[in-house]
Design a protein around this ligand. Structure first.
Ligand SMILES: Nc1ncnc2c1ncn2[C@@H]1O[C@H](COP(=O)(O)OP(=O)(O)OP(=O)(O)O)[C@@H](O)[C@H]1O
Ligand SMILES: [Mg+2]
Length: 418
């Protein structure tokens, strides 16, 4: 079995499935898929680990299947993180450019980034990412990469992504107890965005919504950089629970009819189509047939609620809805018929369904929106390995050293002291 150093593994521990994707950077800039595994998830609720042993078991299975299929021995992984414990902060850091010629160096950028991290973070939270939204050189805004530019004052606006210490530590423990090295950790909405968005969409302004089983993950990009990210704890499993509760059927049957007949809008309901409910639950169970319209009605109510929550989240975060590239919907729920129309109506923006792009090799294997996060994790891994020296683009978890951890604590103590 090979253990090629250029091979990267993305591990998506989702609420409904765990998947491991083995890939390599291709010559044409595409990602070459070598193997993929898909295991039903156990021990996750709303994107958070609630039964560590159950999740470790799924990770072991997913990794060993992906390893067998690709013929690659898997030692390290990039893993996604989500859950309603995720929150973001915006902050600004300022530094004076140090060199004689006033040419901005990586050292200057790192100093500005460190200054931007000097905020008080609650004890129970941990920094997952510090992401530059823009750089400002002597008052000139909107600069993406200031290295090599001339200037006196360098400022940066950053998005600090925080997560619950306990939840993040559970993910770290899960990976290490499965015998793997955690090479990096990435917020899931950012991973999905990496997989489905084009550079032009990111430049123009776009909202990506990944609706999975337990969570709806959102990320906003503008002028090529991240502007906002959030995780809303509602997803496709809530649609299934609604169907089960309203028609008094088991969850497994509710899931089956949702996948087979589900539409996100009553406008798509087929008149005259009745759905037979084979198993009813005991005495007092409701009719054994429902109309397609009744089913779509239940689904529409929950999906509309999800888009309402997305809209509210964007409004509260003061994230501009000036998004000319519109909305890209991904994740398993994006497969619901008519969901793009409902999103268009509720968010008042153009909408498309996003599937992983720039993928070669066994590309059809990962063409479903359910694989967006895994593909994004691998793409992120490739970027990290090729531009790892550019510390300011990276994650603080995974490649984090004891020095980084110590530095983080000193900054925190300093801020708290004053
Ligand atoms: N064809 C389909 N039609 C409707 N819903 C679907 C379809 N296929 C999958 N889903 C739903 O998508 C959800 C799973 O999506 P996905 O695999 O993206 O979630 P996950 O990554 O496991 O969860 P999360 O990201 O929330 O932790 C489930 O609720 C499933 O019922
Ligand atoms: Mg997911």
């Amino acid at each position: 079995m090979k253990g090629k150093s250029e091979t990267i593994v993305g591990l998506d521990i989702g609420t409904t499935k765990v998947c491991a994707l083995v890939a390599e950077p291709g010559e044409d800039g595409n990602l070459e898929v070598k193997g993929l595994s898909l295991v039903r998830s156990k021990g996750m609720r709303k994107g958070v680990i609630v039964d560590l042993d159950g999740v470790i078991d799924c990770v072991n299975k997913a990794v060993s299947e992906a390893s067998q299929r690709s013929g690659v021995s898997i030692n390290s992984v990039y893993v996604g993180v989500a859950g309603s414990h995720i929150s973001t902060l915006r902050n600004r850091g300022v530094t004076l450019v140090s060199g004689e010629a006033r040419e901005i160096s990586l050292g200057d950028v790192n100093r500005a980034m460190e200054a931007a991290q000097a905020v008080s973070i609650p004890q129970d939270k941990k920094t997952i990412h510090v992401l530059p939204m823009e750089f400002i050189v002597d008052g000139q805004r909107g600069i993406k990469d200031p290295i090599g530019m001339a200037g006196i004052k360098l400022e940066t606006e950053v998005l600090i992504v925080l997560g619950s210490y306990t939840s993040i530590q559970s993910t770290v423990n899960c990976v290490t107890r499965a015998g793997l090295v955690l090479e990096g950790m990435l917020l899931e909405p950012i991973a999905s965005a990496e997989a489905v968005l084009s550079p032009t969409e990111k430049e123009l302004g776009v909202l990506v919504i990944d609706i999975g089983g337990g969570t709806t993950d959102i990320a906003v990009f503008l002028e090529g950089n991240i502007r906002h990210a959030a995780v809303i704890p509602v997803g496709g499993d809530h649609i299934t629970s609604d169907i089960a509760a309203i028609f008094k059927i088991p969850l497994s049957m509710a899931e089956e009819i949702k996948i087979k007949y589900g539409c996100a809008s009553v406008d798509y309901a087929e008149s005259g189509l009745d759905i037979e409910l084979k198993t009813a639950l005991g005495k007092g169970a409701s009719n054994s047939r429902i109309s397609h319209r009744e089913l779509c009605d239940v689904i529409e109510a929950r999906v509309a609620e999800i888009f309402f929550l997305v809209r509210e989240n964007l409004r509260k975060s003061q994230c501009a809805m000036y998004l000319p590239a519109g909305v890209v919907l991904t994740g398993g729920v994006a497969l619901l018929k008519g969901i793009d129309d409902l999103a268009m109506k509720m968010l008042d923006l153009p909408v498309r369904i996003g599937r992983p792009r720039d993928v070669g090799g066994l590309s059809e294997m990962v063409s479903s929106p359910i694989f967006s996060t895994a593909v994004g994790l691998v793409k992120y891994g490739i970027q990290q390995r090729t531009s790892g020296d550019r510390h300011y683009r990276g994650s603080l978890i995974g490649g984090e050293s004891w020095f980084d951890r110590l530095k983080e604590r000193i900054i925190r103590m300093f801020v708290e002291f004053f």
